[in-house]
Ligand binder design. Structure first.
Ligand code: ADP
Ligand code: GLC
Length: 489
């Protein structure tokens, strides 16, 4: 099967969250299953060409692409995804992508990704490569399926090409004024009331993709169910319900080449299930580096997160006084909304011996925290999949999570399973979205941390879980086949 995988961020070139990790790993796994995969992303100026060995594609040359009546010359660079035979194509348009950040709040954010969608299709034309599947991800690629059908429907190259769309997070929908569709040269009827893209007088890229793609999925089974409800669907539940025969949930995998305590090059002491006792050396090193007193018997609790409402930071901050009274130390790595950055800054000043806060994006530190912490906290209000709890499981760092979305699918509560007579739990979870419920779960974790044998059992249960990509990649192939059948009758 020929698969074009399209995303606005791909690790290691660009990453702001889990999408980058997924887009850097799933295509490689698909190719290992014997498929021909090409990846497409914008060429931002946040990374250098030399840094990752990008080649300029002379043969493709310059492609004129029109957005809002202006023609931009697009150039193409290619590289191979690290340690793979998957080629990645970079859509290079300085006017839109040289802004020193991946996403912006600029007035022409819609145009940036309209150009990207068209750019991908035009590259496929230039290289005369007819994919069986174009796999789009999140709203930034949401216009591609409708462009393919309407603006490029004349091209026989795409006669059999089916589209699959993955929702990584329904909170980001790409809502713009109706002019966005005009700029994209999409037919008038689609942005009129009741049209494919129209949404309360605006246009919505996510809605369009949900309605137009041949198949749609999201990144865990529980989130797929949640998305059909008013509470979690963020307005998309009606459209998803109309696609229920073509809508699926597939749990993300994790890339054990990158997230593996045995080989992780960012941590000073590698460890496995067999020498788990070495894990603590990472904790000692990290606390020393942070200037926080080290005590083997005080658990270190880690948080690595985009600082946005989704991640449950309001219930964390609300309960901060009680949480800081616990006999534990904290390390927080994150960036995001100003209100949370300010709050964390204040907390760090108030409790200097208890909590260390790093505001910003730091890949190396994120690995170090996974290796060093005893407990990992993820109290999300909603969580489509979540990767950090899976990384934590592999690093023997016991997760405390809210039972929602992918967190519910990946973390088994120790006490709940114990009540059923099974010692198979891997962490702690709570259902009610409140500071109180969060506090109780953290307290349960701290309590068990002191029961050495119990704790080791929980750690080992988690470390032995297999969340590798292979199983998930196989499920994607099933969805691709579904989409191909749908497209070709
Ligand atoms: P989301 O995509 O909603 O942010 P995920 O758990 O799926 O949540 O993925 C987050 C990814 O981004 C993880 O790989 C995590 O380590 C990384 N990450 C988040 N914030 C930071 C940060 N401040 N510094 C480094 N890595 C971060
Ligand atoms: C989104 C979600 C996160 C998921 C990631 C990758 O950013 O918030 O839960 O793991 O996408 O699919």
């Amino acid at each position: 099967m020929k698969i074009a995988y399209v995303a606005s961020e791909v690790f290691p070139y660009a990453k702001t969250g889990g999408l980058g990790d997924v887009a850097g790993a799933l295509p490689i796994e698909l190719s290992k299953l014997g498929h021909e995969v090409k990846v497409f992303m914008p060429k931002y100026n946040t990374f250098g060409e030399a840094e990752y060995g990008l080649h300029y594609e002379w043969d493709i040359g310059s492609i004129p692409i029109r957005v809002d009546g202006h023609v931009y010359q697009v150039h193409v660079h290619t590289a191979m995804l690290p340690d793979s035979n998957v080629e990645i194509f970079f859509v290079d348009c300085p006017h839109y992508f040289h802004r020193f950040r991946i996403y912006t709040t600029d007035w022409d954010e819609d145009e940036r990704f309209i150009l990207f969608s068209k750019g991908v299709i035009e590259i496929l034309q230039r290289i005369a490569w007819a994919p069986d599947i174009i796999h789009c991800n999140d709203w930034q690629t949401g216009m591609l399926p409708i462009h393919l059908k309407e603006n490029y429907g004349w091209d026989k190259l795409f006669d059999k090409t089916a589209t699959v769309f993955t929702i990584h997070n329904v909170a980001y929908q790409g809502i713009f004024s109706k002019e966005a569709f005009e700029k994209a040269e999409i037919k008038y009827e689609h942005y009129q009331t009741g049209g494919l893209g129209e949404y309360y007088g605006n246009v919505n890229f996510l809605k369009t993709a949900i309605l137009v793609s041949d198949a749609v999925n999201t990144v865990s089974e529980t989130y797929a169910k949640e998305l059909l409800t008013e509470e979690y669907g963020a307005g998309m539940q009606i459209f998803l319900a109309s696609r229920k025969d073509d809508f699926f949930g597939i749990l993300n995998g994790i890339d054990y080449n990158v997230w593996n305590p045995e080989t992780d090059r960012f941590i000073p002491y590698n460890f496995t299930c067999e020498n788990l006792s070495d894990k603590i050396k990472n904790k000692k090193t990290l606390l020393e580096r942070l200037g926080i007193p080290y005590n083997e018997n005080v658990p270190l609790i880690g948080i690595i997160s985009r600082l946005v409402d989704q991640k449950g930071l309001d219930i964390f901050v609300y309960g901060i006084n009680q949480l800081m009274e616990l006999d534990a130390q904290w390390i927080v790595l994150g960036s995001g909304l100003q209100k949370y950055e300010d709050l964390f800054q204040q907390i760090a000043v108030r409790y200097p011996e208890k909590i260390s806060v790093y505001l910003g994006f730091n890949n190396e530190l994120s690995h170090m925290i996974e290796a060093a912490a005893d407990i990992f906290l993820m109290p999300s209000r909603f969580e489509p999949c979540g990767l950090n709890q899976m990384y934590s499981l592999r690093y023997g760092t016991v997760p405390v999570v809210r039972k929602t979305g992918g967190l519910a699918d990946t973390v088994q509560d120790w006490n709940e399973f114990l009540e059923q007579g099974k010692e198979t739990g891997t962490g702690y979870s709570f259902v009610e979205y409140s500071s109180h419920a969060l506090l109780l779960s953290v307290q349960r974790a701290i309590h068990d941390f002191h029961l050495k044998d119990v704790w080791k059992k929980i750690q080992l249960n988690g470390m032995k879980k297999d969340f590798s990509w292979q199983k998930s990649a196989e499920k994607y192939i099933q969805i691709y086949n579904h989409a191909i059948r749908k497209r070709n009758g």
